[in-house]
Ligand binder design. Structure first.
Ligand SMILES: *[C@@H]1O[C@H](CO)[C@@H](O)[C@H](O)[C@H]1NC(C)=O
Ligand SMILES: *[C@@H]1O[C@H](CO)[C@@H](O)[C@H](O)[C@H]1NC(C)=O
Ligand SMILES: *[C@@H]1O[C@H](CO)[C@@H](O)[C@H](O)[C@H]1NC(C)=O
Ligand SMILES: *[C@@H]1O[C@H](CO)[C@@H](O)[C@H](O)[C@H]1NC(C)=O
Ligand SMILES: *[C@@H]1O[C@H](CO)[C@@H](O)[C@H](O)[C@H]1NC(C)=O
Ligand SMILES: *[C@@H]1O[C@H](CO)[C@@H](O)[C@H](O)[C@H]1NC(C)=O
Ligand SMILES: *[C@@H]1O[C@H](CO)[C@@H](O)[C@H](O)[C@H]1NC(C)=O
Length: 461
């Protein structure tokens, strides 16, 4: 249990780090035209973790874009036994903001132990690509933990391809759960949601080739994986076969830069409910004569960003008519999904535990407590906007200096309070060590009750 918590914490740091990068990139992509202007803008906000890197990423993206190759062709050649399609296709798109993908049809062979994919293609020539099949492109710390797949287009010379040792008659999807995949927020944003978008059209008739596989990860998300593919997952990094397919997608579909949501969100949420056999699709509807009490889930954290006066908060919520459940989230998704789904309102301090709002019934209310440190943008992007896309109601509570335990650690007029941007400029580590790690929350219960009462009101609507 303790081990788990520590892990969660570590991921949490990573998670936030990726955000600061993301922040930079958001600006970067918005102004592809002028790299230097971009750098200036960013410097004023997040100078230190900026370095020259993001600019480099932007440039690389453009260069990669020029290598984009697309083509489809009718072929009259006799088909190999495992080739079930007439049309060949080789489409690699490296211009998308978060995820590089290659879609291939025809004679496709993958050798796991060399991370190489061979595709027979008469029209592309001897082209090759390197794809990291994880949807957080441009984030170096994430991507360095993702297997590089080399895709080689072989021109009309099947003999130069390795011999098939295993034939498959369903399509393959190659993706990685490395990167930040161990963090709950990233597992959903970078893997599960894009995997759903990529694989749902196959109705479980698809084979997953997983890179950077951990048994913990596949156990944690077993229900979801089982509902997307009915075949055993291949641990492609540790495999001595040459697997042959007639259709393969490398990398997951993610067309946008959205965090924890996509255009398919409502559908995805229904899919999750069915995967975890969750009973409630909507919250209780309160009337003045309701006998049933609405359930409030308080997501607690032990070590960082903890609630210091949980008892008072619980007492106040109970007085207002809530049935209150306090829990720290764990990795048992069967348990977590049921618990969250049984609740109508979920509250917690900014952190990956809030990701579990995906299991709330429709109309549920999320209350995010935002600590000091000018992290409003982070709060909105990670949980505010996604909650709305999921059909939930979103409330925010920004704590005051009085409610932060930082007030016991720094003098009143310290820059920690006066100018958090200065600390952001010192770099992510400085920022994290103060605002993310040293800060606990002592809610002003009288003030916070206003949010709870708003939540009740929303349940009446
Ligand atoms: C590649 O992706 C970009 C961004 O999503 C899209 O605009 C473009 O049409 C895609 N290219 C091809 C050839 O599909
Ligand atoms: C492609 O590579 C093969 C083997 O490496 C070589 O024989 C062939 O000439 C190359 N074709 C082109 C168009 O470069
Ligand atoms: C992937 O390729 C890059 C260069 O493209 C290299 O720096 C990196 O070490 C490789 N990563 C792995 C995990 O092999
Ligand atoms: C990789 O797999 C091939 C079969 O596809 C096998 O011949 C080769 O020995 C393997 N290499 C290593 C290093 O295990
Ligand atoms: C997912 O699995 C559950 C339980 O096995 C099943 O009832 C449900 O129909 C499945 N949903 C989809 C979309 O496959
Ligand atoms: C419900 O109660 C509130 C005050 O508690 C009152 O303002 C409102 O009119 C009541 N609504 C109905 C439908 O009775
Ligand atoms: C997860 O929780 C459920 C319900 O409490 C339990 O039946 C199951 O054994 C747990 N799974 C794991 C892997 O601990």
């Amino acid at each position: 249990m303790v081990v788990l918590m520590e892990k969660e914490m570590k991921y949490d740091e990573i998670f936030a780090r990726s955000f600061s990068r993301h922040d930079q990139k958001r600006f970067g992509y918005a102004a592809l035209v002028g790299c230097f202007i971009v750098t200036c803008c960013l410097c004023t906000v997040f100078k230190p973790y900026l370095a020259p890197l993001p600019v480099l990423n932007v440039r690389l993206t453009i260069v990669d874009g020029l290598k984009l190759v697309m083509g489809t062709q009718q072929t009259n050649k006799p088909q190999r036994p495992y080739v079930g399609v007439k049309e060949r296709k080789l489409l690699c798109n490296t211009t998308k903001p978060r995820s590089d993908t290659c879609e291939m049809e025809g004679d496709v062979r993958i050798q796991g132990n060399s991370s190489t994919i061979f595709v027979l293609s008469s029209h592309v020539g001897n082209a090759s690509w390197t794809i990291k099949p994880y949807a957080r492109k441009g984030d170096e710390s994430a991507m360095q933990r993702v297997t590089n797949f080399s895709i080689k287009a072989i021109q009309q010379e099947a003999e130069t391809m390795p011999k098939c040792t295993k034939m498959h008659n369903v399509p393959a999807i190659v993706f990685s759960v490395g990167g930040y995949g161990g963090n709950n927020f990233h597992a959903f944003t970078d893997v599960i949601i894009p995997l759903y978008a990529t694989s749902r059209e196959f109705n479980r008739e698809v084979r997953f080739l997983m890179a950077n596989k951990h048994s913990q990860w596949t156990t944690k998300f077993q229900e979801v994986l089982d509902n997307l593919s009915r075949y055993e997952i291949i641990d492609i990094d540790h495999d001595n076969e040459v697997h042959c397919f007639s259709s393969m997608i490398v990398g997951l579909k993610k067309e946008d830069r959205k965090e924890l949501h996509t255009n398919l969100m409502k559908e995805f949420i229904r899919f999750l409910r069915s995967s975890y056999s969750l009973e409630r699709s909507t919250t209780i509807k309160l009337t003045n004569r309701s006998i049933k009490r609405p359930r409030l889930l308080i997501v607690s954290r032990q070590k960082t960003r903890a609630f210091m006066n949980l008892k008072d908060v619980v007492g106040a919520a109970q007085e207002m008519g809530f049935e209150v459940i306090v829990t720290e989230m764990n990795a048992n998704m069967t348990q977590v999904s049921r618990l969250v789904n049984s609740c109508d309102v979920m509250m917690g301090v900014h952190g990956a535990g809030l990701t579990n709002m995906v299991f709330l019934p429709e109309n549920g209310v999320v209350i995010q407590v935002v600590p000091l440190g000018k992290m409003e943008w982070l709060a909105k992007t990670c949980y505010g906007e996604p909650s709305k896309a999921m059909g939930l109601k979103y409330l925010e509570y920004k704590i005051s200096e009085e409610e932060s335990t930082l007030k016991d650690q720094y003098p009143h007029n310290h820059q920690v309070f006066v100018d958090p941007f200065t600390i952001q400029r010192k770099g992510w580590d400085a920022f994290r060590s103060i605002y993310m790690e040293k800060q606990n929350v002592m809610l002003d219960v009288a003030k916070f009750k206003e949010r709870l009462s708003k939540a009740l009101q929303l349940l009446h609507e």
